[in-house]
Write a new protein. Structure first.
Length: 144
């Protein structure tokens, strides 16, 4: 949030941060990506929010978006992919007050929710290990 919280959305911001932190604590080699999505979606619903289903985290390597190509914020029972130890991924929360999909405006850049409201996004890039992940972007200060 920039400046004063005029619309009283600090709770939404805090929920997104907390959900990301909780999700990262569950990631290690062998964990199903869908289970992390289930956790994000469940925690969002329990906090009174929704998730944006068409924006996801992803793998990072020589290109910005690599395999796994989708680390969804919801449970996808068809996604049997597991986190691989020593891989680098970006895990992103897209937590919303009303919308479940993001639509791109004609400028090709601006995203708006399909049902209006407000959306908060947080992310961290991490190395997947056999224990707790190594958070490469921990200095971004989102938990401070």
């Amino acid at each position: 949030m920039v400046g004063q919280d005029l619309h009283q959305h600090q709770q939404l911001v805090d929920a997104s941060k907390w959900i990301l932190k909780k999700a990262l604590q569950t990631i290690k080699g062998g964990v199903r990506i869908a289970e992390v999505g289930r956790l994000i979606e469940t925690e969002a619903k329990n906090s009174g929010y929704k998730v944006i289903r068409n924006l996801t985290g992803h793998g990072i390597g020589r290109k910005l978006h690599e395999e796994p190509s989708e680390i969804a914020n919801y449970y996808d029972r068809f996604n049997t992919t597991r986190f691989k130890e020593n891989s680098v991924v970006a895990v992103e929360t897209f937590i919303s007050t009303n919308s479940t999909m993001a639509n791109t405006l004609p400028d090709g850049w601006t995203l708006v929710g399909n049902k209006g409201g407000f959306v908060v996004q947080h992310e961290h890039t991490l190395v997947v290990t056999d224990d707790q992940p190594i958070i490469l972007t921990h200095l971004n200060g989102i938990w401070e």
